[in-house]
Design a binder for this molecule. Structure first.
Ligand SMILES: Cc1ncc(COP(=O)(O)O)c(C=O)c1O
Length: 371
């Protein structure tokens, strides 16, 4: 079986975990600080904050930017549901925005502009499949409309410029991501005051950490505002430090596998690959569009029979039972069309060049089998 996106973990991660356990300190400490420092350096940011998931990071970003009850937040529907849910956590209203096109399935600036109201306070841009959205255009859009700009950068760690134009950005280290800590995330923010507020809210709004108290740097603490427990721990940071050192090399391998996929898939009639010619990408996943009218579930079954695991990124969020009941009447024609035919093929640094050919052949055969 060629899996979709297995994590790449090995001896170094085991050694790093062992060192944490031997140290006797497992909650947020020096390794978390080191992971934050190196992540920030790699992305050209002043500093970064580690959190226990990207979802938590996005929630903190909205909260620290003052998004709250009654505010509207522009969100994509072509995304993992977390991008939408964080607006609901903040007691704001998510306003779904269509994608630009099937070829560039990023949230559309034109549709976002149509959906601006006096209540709009923020937009969350998601770098679908790792392809960096046009952040200069989004910065201009946010400034023109006097709203906050947030990046859901779950798919795009290590891409030049990611996280630097927005007011805050959040990255994911979930097990299928470009680097993993099992669960985990990182936040960047360009205004140090916003980052400071995120830091406070990450740990119950407390003025001192457990480590400060352990080290005798503080004997008590105050709580400045409502916060959460969204902390990362030393075990995850230790894995993260090992993984981060490989990120750029792994991203390069992902881009080269993607280029190979594009050349192999070009021969299959009716199959399209979005983001042709897009240079800035972490090549997180390999989405393709099947011909209209093809039974996708049958293709997925045929691929499985041929030893290839596939997936769908994503079911449109505005059509989920919960979201369509709570926010009814939303229609996003381009997103709905994209989501109806999208299929995700295996992509990870350990995938062999020869396996890309096998997957392409399996797709060609599967399409023939279901037609
Ligand atoms: C686009 C996107 N946003 C947010 C998330 C949430 O990340 P996490 O699982 O780290 O909370 C994910 C990943 O699962 C994602 O793919």
């Amino acid at each position: 079986m060629i899996p979709l996106a297995p994590p790449a973990l090995g001896r170094e991660e085991i050694e790093a975990l062992k060192a944490v356990i031997d140290s006797g300190w497992i909650t947020m400490g020096e390794r978390v600080l080191e992971f934050e420092k190196r992540f920030a350096q790699l992305h050209g940011a002043g500093s970064a904050l580690a959190v226990d998931s990207c979802t938590a990071g996005l929630h903190l970003a909205l909260s620290a930017l003052g998004i709250g009850p009654g505010d509207e937040v522009l969100v994509p529907s072509l995304t993992f549901v977390a991008t939408v849910n964080v607006a609901i956590y903040a007691q704001a209203v998510p306003v779904f925005v269509d994608v630009q096109s099937e070829d560039v399935p990023h949230i559309s600036i034109a549709d976002a502009q149509r959906k601006i109201t006096p209540k709009t306070r923020a937009v969350i841009v998601m770098h679908y499949a790792g392809y960096l959205a046009d952040m200069d255009a989004w910065r201009d859009f946010a400034d023109r409309n006097s709203i906050a700009l947030i990046e859901d950068a779950a798919h795009a760690p290590g891409v030049e410029g990611v996280g630097l134009k927005s007011d805050a950005s959040a990255f994911s280290f979930f097990s299928n991501k470009n680097i993993t800590t099992a669960e985990g995330g990182m936040v960047l923010a360009r205004d140090p005051k916003v980052l400071e507020r995120i830091k406070l809210m990450r740990s119950h709004g407390m003025t001192a950490s457990t480590l400060d108290r352990h080290k005798g740097r503080a004997y008590s603490y105050d709580v400045m505002e409502l916060g959460y427990n969204y902390r990362m721990d030393e075990l995850r940071a230790a894995i993260g430090l090992v993984q981060l050192a490989r990120l750029m090399e792994w991203n390069e391998r992902r881009r080269s596998l993607t280029a190979l996929y594009r050349s192999k898939l070009a021969r299959i009639d009716g199959v399209r690959v979005p983001f042709g010619g897009w240079a800035k990408t972490a090549a997180h996943i390999m989405p393709v569009l099947l011909p209209q009218g093809v039974n996708r579930s049958a293709v997925i079954d045929e691929m499985r029979k041929r030893g290839v695991q596939t997936s769908v990124h994503y079911p449109p969020a505005h059509l989920f039972t919960y979201h369509s009941k709570r926010f009814p009447g939303v229609s996003l024609p381009l997103t709905e069309r994209f989501c109806a035919t999208e299929l995700t093929l295996p992509l990870y640094p350990g995938l062999a060049d020869g396996e890309v050919g096998l997957v392409a052949t399996a797709l060609e055969e599967s399409l023939k089998a279901v037609r």
